[in-house]
Ligand binder design. Structure first.
Ligand code: PMM
Length: 291
């Protein structure tokens, strides 16, 4: 029996896992900051998703719209065209899939194709249809802290106390989610690393993860290769560490987050994160054997 507090509605094969889960990132977009343009061809995207799964991704998180800082919205039809064949291909290959979208229509189609989790970076704020639709299905829902679209979020990074403010705003979201008829036992919360947050806001949230955990919900952390890691690891001239060389730092975040018992991490380098989770779990147990 798993001790990990999984959200209700998770497929049994995932709910049986007694460790932090790994969501492997698969962006079918031309412009995501780390893997933009790599997986626009559906066959390549499916092959990459299967590789991520074999390398240790418990779930492959498929997105058709970039949310990098400054990104503008993609047309809904285009988003559907990007994700639909990829989700169908991955589900056919037996890979658990989550859909990373702010749109109810995209989530609906993805779930009809077999996606088993909805990952909404807007926590239901971007599309008024999202929560009423969710109330009628039974999949887990990742609700992220969000203050506004990517093209304006930089100007929204103002907090009295980032941890208190994020918790208050997530609490407000939870009330709206509940009022819409969504069972809160299905909800995973995500503080939204890098979304309307500067580097120190991100570090403060990570420092205070235990306070977020006191909310009593499974937590997801999406720090993989993000800008604040590039800044932390800048060279002596102040040039940020390039995106593709931020995986060791991401793995360190995974280890520390897993040691605190977070539910999931959303990462590009799944093997590194799986190793980090194995180390954190053995550290917590005081044993290298999971028996
Ligand atoms: N970050 C991005 C996209 N989707 N979803 C969740 N739940 N949490 C995140 O932090 C998050 C996300 C942006 O990163 P990407 O461009 O690498 O996908």
């Amino acid at each position: 029996m798993s001790q990990m507090p999984h959200p209700h509605g998770l497929p049994a094969v995932l709910a049986a896992l007694d460790r932090t889960l790994v969501l492997g990132i698969l962006n079918v977009t031309p412009d995501s900051f780390a893997d933009g343009g790599l997986w626009l061809d559906p066959a390549h995207a499916v092959a990459h998703g299967i590789r991520l799964h074999r390398a240790g991704a418990d779930i492959v998180d498929v997105g058709g719209e970039s949310t990098r800082p400054g990104a503008t919205r993609v047309d809904a039809d285009e988003e559907v065209n990007r994700i639909a064949p990829v989700i169908a291909g991955l589900v056919a290959a037996g890979v658990p899939v989550s859909i990373d979208t702010m749109r109810a229509d995209v989530a609906r189609l993805a779930v009809a194709e077999g996606a088993c989790i909805v990952n909404d970076v807007s926590g239901g704020l971007a599309d008024q249809e999202m929560l009423p639709w969710l109330a009628a299905v039974s999949v887990p829902y990742i609700a992220m802290h969000w203050r506004g679209p990517s093209d304006v979020m930089g100007s929204l990074a103002q907090y009295d106390d980032v941890v208190t403010d994020v918790i208050e705003e997530l609490d407000d979201r939870l009330a709206v989610i509940k009022n819409a008829g969504v069972d809160l036992s299905r909800v995973v919360l995500d503080p939204g690393i890098g979304f309307a947050k500067d580097a120190d806001h991100n570090w403060r949230i990570l420092q205070q993860l235990n306070v977020l955990q006191e909310c009593g919900y499974p937590l997801l952390i999406g720090a993989s290769r993000k800008r604040f890691l590039g800044a932390l690891l800048a060279d002596t001239s102040g040039v940020p560490r390039p995106t593709q060389f931020r995986d060791y730092a991401t793995d360190a975040i995974t280890a520390l987050a897993a040691a605190q018992g977070v539910w999931g991490v959303r990462v590009h380098d799944v093997l590194g994160s799986r190793d980090a989770i194995a180390v954190a779990a053995a550290w917590r147990r005081g044993s290298g054997s999971s028996e």
